[in-house]
Design a protein around this ligand. Structure first.
Ligand code: PEP
Length: 254
């Protein structure tokens, strides 16, 4: 039985500590008794420490939205995974489509980051997903398979079980267009089949695969009710305590 996991990707919002505080003061008491859903908040770097302070003594975890694959050095503007780990981050989002498409991150770079995160015990939430034209041209599965091969190259079974996969169709991110539960489930099943073929059935059954792309309180329950969807990565709707809470509640009984 896989425990659902909800990630809140705040993107480049709520980066001033007082802005993070505003949402967390409302959210934390609402979710404090929720035990059967893992909750990860991923704020901008500038409000990570404040977030860690505000979720202390709760089961909520904190993640970063990116990292570099080196621990230290002359890498101006980059963020070290070790710094994140040392201040109390436990998760890191890697390969988000905004990183891939706006900042030209490649599968090879993401693969290095995934390996580094696993090495220092930061749990990577690794995003994969297709563009709209790829879906319209029937290429979705081929794209997913290639991203999987390259992004997870060299990982063993233990590594796979530790990480989280986020299936995020790019055409659904921040657009208000959500994949239907059936469309999402089909690709989640497909990803699980890739894992089974590459590793084994037990590994495939254990890896958590989130859906991401315009999740809202109104569509969350139906998505999470699907057998292969283990919660979600939420952007826009995670910026308000009430909508994030509703989405977390929707994952509670699956
Ligand atoms: C995301 O940023 O990962 C995301 C899914 O965003 P949104 O929920 O706004 O589509």
């Amino acid at each position: 039985m896989r425990k659902p996991i909800i990630g809140a990707n705040w993107k480049m919002y709520r980066g001033v500590p007082s802005e993070a505080e505003e949402i967390l003061r409302e959210l934390v008491p609402k979710v404090i008794d929720i035990k059967n859903v893992d909750i990860v908040i991923a704020p901008p770097y500038t409000s990570i420490i404040k977030t860690i302070e505000l979720i202390k003594n709760t089961s909520i975890k904190v993640g970063a939205q990116n990292m570099y694959y080196e621990e230290k050095g002359a890498f101006t503007g980059e963020i070290s995974p070790l710094f994140l780990k040392k201040i109390g981050c436990e998760y890191v989002i890697l390969g988000h489509s905004e990183r891939r498409n706006i900042f030209n991150e490649t599968d090879e770079l993401i693969n290095k980051k995934v390996k580094k995160a696993l090495e220092i015990d930061l749990t990577p939430i690794v995003c994969i997903g297709e563009h709209l034209d790829e879906r319209e041209n029937g290429k979705t599965k081929g794209v997913i398979e290639k991203q999987f091969e390259m992004t997870f190259d060299g990982l063993n079974q233990e590594d796979m079980i530790k990480l989280i996969i986020a299936y995020e169709p790019i055409w659904a991110i921040g657009t208000g267009k959500t994949a239907t539960p059936e469309q999402a489930e089909e690709i989640h099943m497909f990803i699980r089949k890739i894992i089974e073929d590459k590793y084994n059935k037990d590994t495939a059954e254990r890896v958590r695969i989130q859906y991401g792309g315009s999740i809202k309180p109104s569509n969350a329950r139906e998505l999470f009710s699907k057998a292969n969807i283990d919660g979600g990565l939420v952007g826009g709707a995670s910026l308000q305590a009430e909508s994030l809470y509703q989405i977390i509640k929707s994952a509670e009984n699956y």
